[in-house]
Design a binder for this molecule. Structure first.
Ligand SMILES: C[S@@+](CC[C@H](N)C(=O)[O-])C[C@H]1O[C@@H](n2cnc3c(N)ncnc32)[C@H](O)[C@@H]1O
Length: 297
């Protein structure tokens, strides 16, 4: 297993690797570093979708759970709590810094969840060794998603099941459209990407996801729209927390990665004005729109 910094080679025993090098680089570079630094705030923001995922996954004590793209481990730890001491929970992710944080958290809580730094699209999982594959926003980054899901499916038992959450289109997600308005006042919009290309919104189209999972051999595919308010800031510093959150991570954060400091300062000001419109006595929350996807192996 690999633990060095920089662009990691993946664990041994891989099948033919997909070209996920861009994602591997991003999640081991500035994107991964920002996620680790903002882990508490991101987990608060994404918490409603952990609840939805846990409900959809419906894990029982002693089950074996594979958490794909586990990142800093929030859901892996939830699954470890839900499956109890007789369960087995493995979090898999390409990001060395994020898995590092996940391991620290599991150790601090004394949970037996384990983690593997590996590209889930090509990793040689032990066949039929898991009851469920689950993911919170960790499966939209594969270069060849149908073959990645086929590889993951090989790790599930015959009765195995799948449950994940992924974003619906950008236009339905206020946590993106509101900060975008502030950014677009200062920098040109990104080139429209190829629909379905690896990235947070790759699975926005339900027909595309159904086709991927069908080609990967899954059946009984159900995609349920789910909406929740996402807390970007709370307490007396709600606005500043939300500004920092919106500037540092997510698609807006990626747009700003290569921008000069003066542009970022101007975006920050516009972002503050835009987000201030959404501060309430409870803090600052914006809408998130996801698919809850379930299927059988
Ligand atoms: C949006 S983050 C979600 C992280 C975590 N599930 C959460 O909800 O906090 C996406 C995660 O997918 C991981 N990822 C991307 N491509 C992957 C791949 N081919 N195999 C395993 N993990 C991958 C990234 O490293 C990142 O941690």
């Amino acid at each position: 297993m690999l633990e060095q910094k920089g662009r990691p080679d993946m664990t041994s025993g891989e099948t033919a690797a997909q070209n996920n090098s861009e994602q591997i680089e991003a999640w081991n570079g500035i994107v991964g570093t920002k996620w680790v630094a903002a882990q508490d705030r991101l987990d608060r923001m994404l918490a409603p979708f952990s609840v939805a995922l846990l409900k959809a996954a419906n894990v029982a004590p002693a089950e074996r759970v594979l958490d794909i793209g586990c990142g800093c481990g929030a859901t892996t730890l939830e699954f470890a709590r839900a499956t109890g001491p007789k369960g087995r929970v493995l979090g898999v992710d390409i990001s060395v810094p994020m898995v590092g944080r996940a391991r620290e958290r599991a150790a601090a809580e004394g949970l037996s969840a384990t983690f593997e730094i590996a590209d889930a699209s090509a990793h040689a999982f032990a066949p039929e060794s898991f009851d469920i594959m689950a993911s919170r926003f960790g499966v939209m980054f594969f270069a060849d998603p149908a073959s990645a899901f086929a590889n993951i499916r090989s790790a599930l038992t015959r009765e195995g099941r799948l449950a994940f959450v992924c974003w619906r289109p950008v236009a339905e997600n206020g946590w993106i459209t509101v900060p975008f308005r502030a950014v677009l006042a200062h920098i040109a919009p990104p080139e429209p990407g190829v629909p379905g290309a690896p990235g947070p919104f790759a699975f926005a189209d339900s027909a595309h996801v159904t086709s991927i999972l069908t080609r990967a051999g899954f059946r009984d595919i159900v995609m349920t729209p789910h909406d929740a308010m996402m807390t970007l800031g709370a307490g007396p510093n709600a606005l500043e927390e939300a500004v920092a959150q919106s500037i540092e991570v997510g698609p807006v954060g990626r747009m700003l990665n290569d921008q000069p400091r003066e542009i970022i300062a101007r975006v920050r000001e516009s972002m503050r004005n835009e987000l201030a419109k959404h501060v309430t006595a409870e803090g600052l929350a914006l809408g998130g729109a996801v698919w809850i996807v379930t299927a059988r192996a």
